[in-house]
Structures are given as structure tokens and as C-alpha cells.
Design a protein around this ligand. Structure first.
Ligand SMILES: Cc1cc2nc3c(=O)[nH]c(=O)nc-3n(C[C@H](O)[C@H](O)[C@H](O)COP(=O)(O)OP(=O)(O)OC[C@H]3O[C@@H](n4cnc5c(N)ncnc54)[C@H](O)[C@@H]3O)c2cc1C
Length: 495
């Protein structure tokens, strides 16, 4: 029997959405202050079914070890690794949180959600190979990346990623780099485990089939959350001091209903993802790597093609993509009217400005949408020359809603990262955007906590717990601290 939702309780925090963000925020909050009354509501019949589901994302532990978009080339030819350092630290903070859960006995088998799969970058042509070498040299100088290897040698590449290197000779100009400690993460499994811990160890209810329809200011405490039980059609009004909108792509639609001025001017543009998934076991076995190449000159960063080993439902898989699709829905299980509904008076000008200044993105999307199976196979063959059409099938991944916001000069701009929008007092927080995504959930949710519950973070108990749980959070990172922590999480997560 499903438990009944408690409506006469005044909650401290209601998390909207059963994805990795709500799971992470709710669990960190409960660990820091177990007496908080927290409620999670999800509109689908189970958690982790949208972007956080294993097949709906690429499962990369984004730590800038292989993604070239975090290392732009400057005009003088040097490669900037500033953004890469930031992303790398954020993933290490996530690993620390998961390690803490293992060490506390809350997670038994980390291998159910995280595995070591080496991360590679691979490029062709002289200009790209020279860029990769410049990046390698910059990486070598920094302790976060100094284990990087670089090669232009085809035999070395054959040992790193044989499928890509086969049928190629030393005549072809190519270069590759490798960092052994890369991670493959099943964010879907992880999310389910986090909710399980919340329900069984922290007495935190997770209610599915419950759709949040609106969030209104409340005369008594801060917010009234209007919920609809999608099975019984019953409506509930529940009060909470804090609300976190972690509704993935649909966060924007909910934020637009909340009466706070900070929401003004935000819009969203949905881009769906698609993968080619290998169905030939003999081929899958020959690749044990994540191999990221370079996106086209005007293509968005999330279009970077990659050939990835995945571990899903206890099975090794091989996936290539992403290809972009267009759907006006903001969630995979969303409505065809989502995009239309999101266009309002206050974001019309930013939306038009962003559209006008991103015509190459529109061109890229039109090209992607018009691709058939043969065209996609041709893209795959740029990586793996011998790929056979009959071995690969197309699978639809999750929806990303890219942020559009006001811009002084261009009217509106399209942003590929994530952003936490909050009311002045932090009682309502909302996460927009989807990159780098699940990998940095701990870092992003700590920024939500800083806005919503600063008193917990500055309390002596809170500080002590945080030092134990996230030793790299808000600390000046040193080589020594990083190396000690890297070893610790390697052991805890069995990497
Ligand atoms: C194609 C693709 C590839 C990606 N690859 C990677 C990767 O390799 N590495 C990485 O780290 N990240 C990746 N990401 C990003 C990552 O998947 C997301 O950032 C992350 O899963 C978002 O988690 P979330 O909790 O915010 O949203 P979601 O997992 O989408 O969860 C939101 C939940 O809210 C629910 N919901 C929505 N509206 C309501 C409502 N009104 N009431 C109640 N519930 C509601 C939804 O049903 C859903 O379950 C990728 C994403 C995509 C689409």
C-alpha cells in the first residue's frame, strides 16, 4: 500500500522532482540537520526517470579530463585550463560525498553506480593535434592533471582504443591523451540509492505521482505548495519554509509561476539528445574507454562527439553520440506546449535576442534533426571506421533545457551551464540548465544550501560535519590535500 502524504505538517524543505539534484540536496540537509522536516515529490511513478536515468545521460564523471570545451585556446596559442580546474574540483567534491556515504555504511556497493573507465581526448589533423599537445603541456604543470599521457603514435592509440585506431596508419595525423582515473557513473542508480537512504535512514518521505502545480506565498510560513495526486486527482496544499525546484527541464515553467522578481527575463530552449547504442557483444568488449573529440567550430559544447563504455543494469555497453533532436517538450515526459507556455512578456526580448545571435545553433539543430540512420553511421565512422549499420540502434536520451537570460548588449543570451535562481532570503531556490550536470550535483546543491540554510553551514556542528563529509568544499585546495583525498575516494569507491 502506498503511504499517504502528510499534509498537516509544516515542512522545512520541499524538494520538487525526483532527480539527482533533489536527492543530493535533501540528503546533505538531513545529514547536517537530521531534525529538518523534508518532503520530496515526483510527478512520475518512480524517481530518476528523466535526465538522471542511466540511458538519458552519458554517464561521464565530468572532471575535464577529456572534454576539450573546458580548455579554450587563447589568441596567443596557449591553452587556458582555468575552467578545467574548476570542473575537476567539483567532481572530486561529488566523489567525496559518495565516499562519505560508503564510509558511513549508507551505501554498500559503490560499484553499482561508479566504475573506473579511462578518459581520452582524440583529435585528427595538424591544428587539432598541436592544440591537444599544448593542452597536455598545460595539464602536466598542474597537480590535478599531471598523470596525463599524450601520444601521436598509432600503436599507442591501438592499445588505448583499438576500435578507433583500427584501419588507420601513421600517415594520418592524429593525437590523443589519456587520464587513467576517469569515471563512468550510473547516475540513475546513484539517485535511487540516495532516495533509499533518505527513506530508510532519515525518515524522509518520497512521494511519486505527485505533481507540483504552483508555489504561492503563504501568510503563515513562507510557501504553500499546490500538489495534484496524478492517480487519485486529489489536490493538496502543503506549507514549507523552503522550496527547492529541482524539476529538471520543467524547473523554468514552475519558476515562472512563483511570485519573485528574480525570475524575470529567464527563458529556455530545449535540445534533446540521441545515442547510437551498440548491440554487438563482440564489439562492445573491444572498447574500454571514454573517448571525447572536438565539437565543430560553431557547434554547441554539448554536441562534442564521444564513444563511451557504459555500465548499465549490470551490463557493459557501448554508446556513441550525442546527436541532437528537437522537441518542444521540456521533459521527456513533458508536453508539446512546454516551449510555447514558457514564452512570456518578460522573456520575449531575451528569447528573440538569443535566437538571433545563435543562428549557427539553429543551423546545427536543423542539420541534426534531418539526419537518418545512414548519416548517423557516417558520423560514427569518423571515429570507428568499421562500424556496421546493423550493429547499432538509435536511442532517445534526455531533454536539456538551455538557459536564456537577459543581456545588455544582445537582448538575450543562450547559456550552456547551470544557474541557481533564488529569492532574496533563499526560501525558494531553483536550478536551471543542465551542464556539467549530475557530476557536479554536490557542488551545486551546496550553493543551494548556502542560500537556503546558511545558519546550518555556519554552526559549529555543521562546519565539523562538512569538514568530514566534504574536506575540499570551501577550502583552498593544495596538492597534498588533493592527493590524500583522491586516494581516499579511490579506496572507498573501489575505483
Ligand atoms: C543527453 C544528455 C547527456 C548528459 N550527459 C551527462 C554526463 O555525461 N554527465 C553528467 O554529469 N551529466 C550529464 N547530463 C546532465 C544530467 O543528466 C542532468 O544535469 C541531471 O540529471 C539533472 O538532474 P535533475 O535532478 O536536475 O533533473 P531530472 O533528473 O530531470 O529530474 C527532475 C525530476 O523532476 C520531475 N518533475 C518535473 N516537473 C515536476 C513537477 N511539476 N512536480 C513534480 N515533479 C516534477 C521530473 O519528472 C523528474 O523526475 C546529461 C544530460 C542529457 C540530457
Amino acid at each position: 500500500m502506498t503511504k499517504k502524504i502528510e499534509t498537516n505538517v509544516e515542512y522545512d524543505l520541499i524538494c520538487v522532482g525526483g532527480g539527482i539534484m533533489s536527492a543530493t540536496l535533501a540528503l546533505i540537509s538531513k545529514i547536517l540537520q537530521p531534525e529538518l522536516k523534508v518532503l520530496i515529490v515526483e510527478r512520475l511513478d518512480t524517481v530518476a526517470q528523466e535526465s538522471s536515468a542511466a540511458w538519458n545521460n552519458a554517464g561521464t564523471g565530468h572532471s575535464a579530463l577529456c572534454e576539450l570545451n573546458y580548455c579554450p585556446q587563447e589568441e596567443n596559442g596557449s591553452v587556458s585550463i582555468k575552467k578545467a580546474i574548476e570542473i575537476c574540483k567539483q567532481f572530486e567534491v561529488s566523489k567525496q560525498f559518495w565516499s562519505f556515504l560508503v564510509e558511513e555504511g549508507l551505501i554498500d556497493n559503490p560499484e553499482d553506480f561508479i566504475k573506473n573507465v579511462p578518459h581520452h581526448s582524440w583529435v585528427t589533423g595538424k591544428e587539432n593535434s598541436d592544440y591537444l599537445e599544448a593542452r597536455f603541456k598545460a595539464f602536466k604543470e598542474h597537480y590535478l592533471f599531471d598523470s596525463i599521457e599524450f601520444t601521436r603514435d598509432i600503436d599507442k592509440m591501438k592499445s588505448w582504443f583499438p576500435l578507433i585506431a583500427e584501419e588507420r596508419s601513421s600517415e594520418e595525423e592524429m593525437a590523443a591523451s589519456r587520464i587513467e582515473r576517469g569515471a563512468e557513473v550510473n547516475y540513475g542508480n546513484l539517485t535511487k540509492q540516495l532516495f533509499h537512504i533518505l527513506e530508510t535512514k532519515y525518515n524522509t518521505p518520497v512521494h511519486c505521482n505527485m505533481e507540483v502545480q504552483d508555489v504561492d506565498p503563504s501568510p503563515d510560513i513562507d510557501w504553500t505548495v499546490e500538489l495534484k495526486d496524478l492517480k487519485t486527482k486529489e489536490e493538496h496544499h502543503i506549507e514549507s519554509k523552503h522550496v527547492f525546484i529541482g524539476a529538471g527541464g520543467a524547473s523554468l515553467l514552475l519558476l515562472q509561476k512563483v511570485e519573485i522578481e528574480e525570475k524575470e527575463g529567464y527563458g529556455g530552449f530545449p535540445v534533446s539528445g540521441e545515442w547510437l547504442v551498440c548491440r554487438n557483444e563482440a564489439i562492445i568488449k573491444q572498447h574500454n574507454a571514454k573517448v571525447y573529440s572536438k565539437a565543430g567550430p560553431n557547434d554547441p559544447p554539448m554536441s562534442t562527439p564521444h564513444l563511451d563504455t557504459r555500465y548499465i543494469d549490470g551490463k557493459r555497453e557501448l554508446l556513441f553520440g550525442p546527436f541532437a533532436g528537437f522537441s518542444p517538450k521540456f521533459l521527456k515526459e513533458g508536453s508539446n506546449f512546454d516551449l510555447l507556455k514558457s514564452i512570456q512578456f518578460d522573456n520575449l526580448s531575451p528569447m528573440l535576442g538569443a535566437f538571433w545571435h545563435n543562428l549557427p545553433l539553429t543551423k546545427y539543430l536543423v542539420e541534426q534533426v534531418s539526419m537518418n540512420h545512414d548519416d548517423r553511421m557516417d558520423e560514427l565512422r569518423k571515429f570507428y571506421k568499421n562500424a556496421k549499420s546493423e550493429d547499432w540502434v538509435l536511442l532517445v536520451a534526455g531533454q536539456r533545457v538551455q538557459i536564456i537570460k537577459k543581456d545588455e548588449y544582445e537582448g538575450g543570451k543562450l547559456q550552456f551551464g547551470t544557474e541557481v535562481v533564488s529569492s532574496k532570503n533563499g526560501s525558494i531556490t531553483c536550478l536551471l540548465g543542465a551542464s556539467p550536470g549530475a557530476s557536479t550535483a554536490t557542488h551545486v546543491m551546496m550553493s543551494v544550501l548556502e542560500k537556503a540554510f546558511p545558519e546550518i553551514l555556519i554552526s559549529e556542528k555543521g562546519k565539523q560535519l562538512l569538514r568530514k563529509m566534504l574536506p575540499m568544499y570551501n577550502t583552498e585546495l593544495t596538492k597534498e590535500l588533493f592527493e590524500v583525498q583522491l586516494e581516499k575516494s579511490k579506496k572507498a569507491l573501489k575505483l
